[in-house]
Design a binder for this molecule. Structure first.
Ligand code: ADP
Ligand code: MG
Length: 646
């Protein structure tokens, strides 16, 4: 019988890219920069780093391969480790924010593009690497775009470094032009015809239509797995519940459908399930975010259900408003999604929208994102003139100005727009500038212990509180309100949750009884430890100030003062210094409670309205005390009701 590694070797030879292995290696040898374009699933991500290792590149340094998404980095690393028959984290590893699964031995390293940016801060020449592969370049994330400019420059200083820019779509020419006419190497993939079926009149309830389509496929189409594209964890969880309910109604047939969710924050141990082939006679239904568009290849898909939406980051430089928006996908995305059904045989794609209504391509993130974080990174790398940075697509001057203004207000840049000591300390933390300012700023208020707990609880990427079914909602809400004893707000409640959990010896039973997600809590503990380590690194002592809630709130305001809002007569809030109206999020513990006059919020989410998620009460005089450049007394007074003159 053959070993797993032997079988892995044979599988590898079956991939389309295998036929081009030697030629590809020759071109990499002869070209410092190579642009590679190939159909999703042809083997770019998993095979190229292995070919390079076999050809001896790892003798000179590591092979780094970037991915825009965390799950993709983890999943391909684990696949490649499996193919090589090594333990994940040894020769093959991955690095994502707050999680480093590499060791001294690691020679093939998958990482998020954001993590490579951070590595550049520590090792500006990337001297420990022999090859950098910027993968999934077509996604054009903010970090990838910044990496483009940095590695392009680095290639000039390091003739021995090899750069591979790989992508799934036909933007190759643009990439090639940007990288000084780099050679384009196309990898022909296998693609079977895909029949595209359209919804004649798109219905308002996308999720319901998608679910109905899944059952229609199940009842009328031959066996073969289904891939449904949804916008995020929440929509996926709702879809899963609805599908299961509907299956129950169908009786015995329910055993024939296996539901596999996949999204960024899905716990690691559940991620592998999506790749397992469905048992004989059953049909796998994969509920995925954009991640399955090109980042992850799931074999066996014959049907794609595409409602045509995705979630994107949207930022308005005029107002500094940032929110996650559900938006229609682009034509290019629609093509990619359809293609997922035709990889191993002819496929069918059910489009629940009209393609004619779509934009041709997705706007690069650099054109629609808050740039504060990358501007600070660039400044820290010594790139002072951000206006003339070699962007593939330059952002508007307006959004650069807004980023510089914010960093100045936070104290990370000085009046000459140069990075300050505080800015350098903030850069140590792999979080957005406002959050890092809150963390570093906590030193002043002697509450760093409390603040890193809050920061960690805000950074888990998934919700802390469990959302139970309707009939248990009441119990869950009651349990949650126990943490709002001071009624100060959500940040303080998160602190209470963490501290109580700690008192309970980090018990999962306690989590269960209090409707709290123990996975999120364990992740928070992990992140917290790392934040504590980073504080030590910059020389901040961990000090606790448990009885002075005002100190904790001031530290929050020290980072988030641009997110302050004042109560209006109608119960809504108005942002200070900005004209928008915002509302307390229904998930907040302060929702429906007697309203606080002044709030500071963590972030905005736009659904039917602009909602403030995670709010805490504060005092307006802190604003002038903490950010005198940013707020004038007038801002605060104007927002206050006029005093009647005597
Ligand atoms: P590309 O980067 O060109 O889209 P990949 O290298 O990611 O292609 O995938 C090649 C093949 O490897 C896929 O068709 C799939 O069969 C397999 N594969 C990739 N990742 C995994 C995984 N995590 N588990 C199982 N199989 C995988
Ligand atoms: Mg890939």
């Amino acid at each position: 019988s053959r070993t797993v590694a032997e079988r892995g070797k044979e599988d590898r030879k079956m991939l389309p890219i295998y036929a081009y292995r030697d030629e590809l290696l020759k071109h990499i040898e002869e070209n410092q920069i190579l642009v590679i374009v190939g159909e999703t699933g042809s083997g770019k991500t998993t095979q190229i780093p292995q070919y390079l290792q076999e050809a001896g590149y790892t003798k000179r340094g590591k092979i780094g391969c970037t991915q825009p998404r965390r799950v993709a980095a983890m999943s391909v690393a684990s696949r490649v480790a499996q193919e090589l028959g090594v333990k994940l984290g040894h020769e093959v590893g991955y690095s994502i924010r707050f999680e480093d699964c590499t060791s001294e031995k690691t020679v093939i390293k998958y990482m998020t593009d954001g993590m490579l940016l951070r590595e550049l801060l520590i090792e500006p020449t990337l001297g420990s690497y022999s090859v950098i592969m910027v993968d999934e370049a077509h996604e054009r994330t903010l970090s990838t775009d910044i990496l483009f400019g940095l590695v392009k420059d680095l290639a000039k200083a390091r003739p021995d470094l090899r750069l591979i820019i790989s992508s799934a779509t036909l933007e190759a020419k643009k990439f090639s032009e940007y990288f000084d006419s780099a050679m384009i190497y196309p990898i022909p993939g296998r693609r079977y015809p895909v029949e595209k079926l359209f919804q004649k009149c798109p219905e308002p309830d996308r999720l319901e239509t998608a679910i109905r389509t899944v059952f229609q496929i199940h009842q009328t189409e031959p066996l073969g797995d289904v891939l449904v594209f949804l916008t995020g964890q929440e929509e996926i969880e709702t879809a899963e519940t609805k599908l299961k309910q509907r299956m129950k109604d169908l009786g015995s047939k329910s055993s024939e459908i296996i539901i596999c969710p996949i999204y960024s924050n899905l716990p690691t141990e559940l991620q592998a399930k999506v790749f397992e082939p469905a048992a004989k006679g059953t049909r796998k239904v994969v509920l995925a975010t954009n991640i399955a568009e090109t980042s992850l290849t799931i074999d066996g898909i014959r049907y794609v259900v595409d409602p045509g939406y995705c979630k994107i980051n949207s930022y308005d430089p005029k107002t500094g408003m940032e929110s996650l928006l559900e938006t229609p996908i682009s034509k290019a995305s629609a093509e990619q999604r359809a293609g997922r059904s035709g990889r191993t045989g002819p496929g069918k794609c059910f489009r629940l929208y009209n393609v004619k209504d779509l934009e041709a391509t997705t706007v690069p993130e650099v054109k629609r994102a808050n740039l504060a974080s990358v501007v600070l990174t660039l400044k820290s790398l010594g790139i002072n003139d951000v206006y003339h940075f070699d962007f593939m697509d330059p952002p508007s001057d307006n959004s650069l100005v807004k980023a510089l203004e914010l960093l100045y207000a936070l104290g990370a840049l000085d009046a000459k727009s140069e990075i300050t000591k505080l800015g350098e300390r903030m850069v140590e933390f792999p979080v957005d500038p406002m959050l890092s300012k809150m963390i570093v700023g906590s030193e002043k208020y002697k509450c760093s212990v409390e603040i890193i707990t809050i920061a960690a609880m805000l950074s888990t990427g998934s919700s802390i509180f469990y959302r139970p079914s309707k009939n248990q909602q009441y119990l869950a809400d009651n349990a949650r309100m126990n943490f709002y004893t001071e009624k100060a707000g959500d940040h303080i409640a998160l602190l209470r949750v963490y501290n109580t959990w700690k008192e309970m010896d980090y018990s999962s039973q306690w989590c269960y009884e209090n409707y709290i997600q123990s996975k999120s809590m364990r992740r928070a503990r992990d992140i917290r430890e790392q934040l504590a380590g980073l504080l030590k690194k910059i020389g901040v002592e961990l000090t606790s100030n448990p009885d002075d809630l005002d100190a904790v709130k001031k530290a929050i305001v020290a980072g988030f003062f641009p997110h302050s809002a004042k109560l209006q007569k109608d119960g809504s809030y108005k942002r200070v210094r900005e004209p928008q109206t915002v509302y307390v999020h229904p998930n907040s513990g302060l929702f429906g409670a007697p309203p606080k006059k002044w709030l500071v919020y963590h972030e905005l989410v736009l659904t039917t309205k602009e909602y403030m998620r995670h709010v805490t009460e504060m005092k307006p005089e802190w604003l002038v005390e903490i950010a005198p450049h940013y707020f004038k007394l007038k801002d605060i007074e104007e927002a206050q009701p006029k005093k009647t003159q005597s």
